[in-house]
Write a protein that binds this ligand. Sequence first.
Ligand code: TXA
Ligand code: MG
Length: 326
Amino acid sequence: MPSRPDALISTDIDLAVERLRAGGLVAIPTETVYGLAADATDADAVARIFEVKGRPTGHPLIVHLASETWESSAPTWATEVPAAGTALAETCWPGPLTLLLPRGPAVIDAVVGGRRTVGIRVPSHPVAHDLLRRFGGGLAAPSANPFGLVSPTTAAHVADDLAERLDPERDLILDGGASEVGVESTIVDVTVDPPQILRAGAITADEIERLLAGVVAPASGPSRASGMLASHYAPTCEIELVTDRARALATADDRRAEGRRVEVLDRTDDLVVAAQRLYDDLRAADRAGVDVLVVVEPQPEGLGHAIRDRLTKAAANRPDPTSRAD
Ligand code: TXA
Ligand code: MG
């Protein structure tokens, strides 16, 4: 008898398309993290995403499209694409960028929680892109993790988290290897002037300002993207952030002296690898039964912003489950 995860994991893109067309859920590999996808126009399938994740329905989902689909049907997904959106889409799509645009007629309430904007992304992962092209429509997909917990960057992560909640007869985990970027897409709201970055990602604020030849507003104000909430991406172990390796070793000694099981995580020598491995590192600490993971934070520049953002949220106290996100 195959175990449940084995029954769910596959590399068969045609089967994935079939399952999506029949209203099933398919966990899809993307270059950022794995997403839990459903046909964006199928209200029942979209409702199941929220159920399986345990995510409150007010938190909107990103709609994923193939380049061809975006080119041929943009007006059905977004009523207007402001000039800043066009400039960013031309350079960054396919890739780890989500644009907030005024919602078009194909966007159902369940996807955006009744909002007037929709997040659109054209992923570059070849398996995701191929799947989207064959599917032909839009796929609504949040990160494929239970609400508030660590995002997945491999098919095995998704199976660890969701196998019990998925149906091997209806759903699928499409295996496309480990995600290359490792942190979620940069989200830019281009419906406001100047455009505002709602979530830091691999496409940095500097890069966006350069592409737009103008300033962008940093993430601030009331939490419009749930990823902006204080607690997020949270492992079971406690995360303690420090500024350098010497402090990490000293802190680790202190915690060990308190009788706690401690590990140190320092990938500041290579931020691309740090981002790629971040969620697996957090998951590995939990698997190893670590009580406290002492993490050296990268400098706040380039990709360091996105990593610091995820680490800060992973380290935040989370006594109240309503303060968690995605
Ligand atoms: O890289 C990614 O963006 C991954 C992959 C799977 O594409 N997806 C992802 O989705 O991270 P999710 O749902 O875990 O995070 C999307 C964030 C959430 O914080 C959500 O609230 C916000 O984007 N968001 C989506 N649509 C929005 C909208 N219309 N207005 C405001 N925030 C929005
Ligand atoms: Mg998420």
